[in-house]
Design a protein around this ligand. Sequence first.
Ligand SMILES: Cc1cc2nc3c(=O)[nH]c(=O)nc-3n(C[C@H](O)[C@H](O)[C@H](O)COP(=O)(O)O)c2cc1C
Length: 182
Amino acid sequence: MKVLIFNGSPRLNGNTRTALVALKEEIEHKMPDAETELIDADRKNVSGCINCDACKHNGGECVQEDDTVEIIQKIYDAEILIFGSPVYWWGITAKLKLIIDKMYSKSEQLSKIKKKVGVICVGMAELTDPEYKLITDQFQCICDHLNWGMVFSEAFVSENPESLKKNKEKLTEIKELHRKFM
Ligand SMILES: Cc1cc2nc3c(=O)[nH]c(=O)nc-3n(C[C@H](O)[C@H](O)[C@H](O)COP(=O)(O)O)c2cc1C
């Protein structure tokens, strides 16, 4: 069972990656048949979708010479997808969005395969602020469009890059999210 995890934060020591690594390790521990991979969106070369629609006439491959084809194939092959992002201006980061936009290249094929999706976002604002619901709603729409099942969307509040590392209770909560995939 392939589990693909996307980190949308450019801060590799930040809260989003801390949450995702904790969940990844718990999945590896509790779901031994899981083959996990974490992709740092900021370390990938993915250009913006230009709606040229070449992918719609060649079986679903983006024609731009970057990492898109490799990443979208990994999404296609995974049964579980976890998207993690800091909140940037009430939404996910641009680097993660670039990858999501490229799912357009294989959207017909992707919608024919059942997937379980989890979402983790980390912001500075309190949980009653609208960004967390906006992000959840966006992923819910994407999942509905592709016939995928969103099994959780969780938000966490941070004060600095170390916040989650110091919050053992929250980290335990994050690890427990692996149960949603069982
Ligand atoms: C460009 C930018 C925009 C941000 N916009 C928001 C926002 O709209 N709402 C919010 O709660 N936090 C916002 N933040 C704070 C980050 O979400 C917060 O610092 C988060 O912990 C970063 O995640 P990381 O530690 O994984 O990098 C913003 C930070 C940056 C750099």
